[in-house]
Write a protein that binds this ligand. Sequence first.
Ligand code: GDP
Ligand code: ZN
Length: 307
Amino acid sequence: MPDGVIVKALSGYYYVKPILNGRAVTTIGQKAIQCRARGVFRNRDITPLVGDHVVYSLTENGEGTVTEVKPRHSELIRPQVANVQFAVLLFSLREPDLNLGLLDKFLVHIEHAGLDTLICLTKQDLVDNELLDKDDPITYVQELYERIGYEVIVTSSRSGAGQERLKERLAGNICVFSGQSGVGKSSLINAMMPGLNLETNEISMKLGRGKHTTRHVELIELENGAFVADTPGFSQLDFLEVETDELSACFREFAPLAANCKFRGCSHLHEPGCKVIEARDNGDISLGRYKNYEHFYAEIKDKKRRY
Ligand code: GDP
Ligand code: ZN
């Protein structure tokens, strides 16, 4: 029986696209197979999710039956998608301006969720004329984050910059595109997938409503076998799930240092013999990142007090 991935779940139906070795094998535009799940799932408390790898069989009327849900590698809560391997973090260079505090916050959530990630700077066409400045935003972000071990891709859905490289990185993965509203997520997905026409901000403004109002999450298939969730991941960045003692592990460059701090359970805020503070003082880690660590630490403590 064929393998597939659930790309949409609606009113008791699961829409399944065939896959082979984890990659989509349909031709683009081919409709997903409308399936019912076998009753057995209900008894065993399995609710199939979008992103689940399944085994299905075809029935005579062209529909199908999901007969098995394969074990999940991961389960993201918002949006609720199984088996997401990859989060693309989108930040626009302009309109809105880059917000590195928010970028670091997203990175904490991604590290905490154990996802692979890359940073995607969007709207490159808007900074074309600044590229000769000595503090141009692209060089700054690339140097800072690549040194820590994150990949940074610069894109524009207007000029097409970076799209091929991004697509290559997504191939064969289930991905979410995360980032504030307005950074260009829908535009970039549309640009990479001609004919798709996800609603962008301009269109929703014309229709007089917000984007993604009462939508169900759906996986969109790119022609290279990547699946992208059409609603943003990590839409609520409220730190409810992160504990203070887990925070430094979510800063990639802190984690190896933290292992050598003098005190076990060092908060890296004031303790003597703290290797993170030492690295901050001699410039081995960025002061900006350290300050964001302090902010988030305080924010988590505050949240825990109130809930
Ligand atoms: P989303 O909310 O993250 O999905 O963002 P949208 O895709 O709806 O884009 C928000 C606004 O930014 C829209 O007005 C787009 O036309 C504009 N935009 C998106 N990508 C680019 C780009 O690469 N360059 C420029 N100049 N504008 C863009
Ligand atoms: Zn320490």
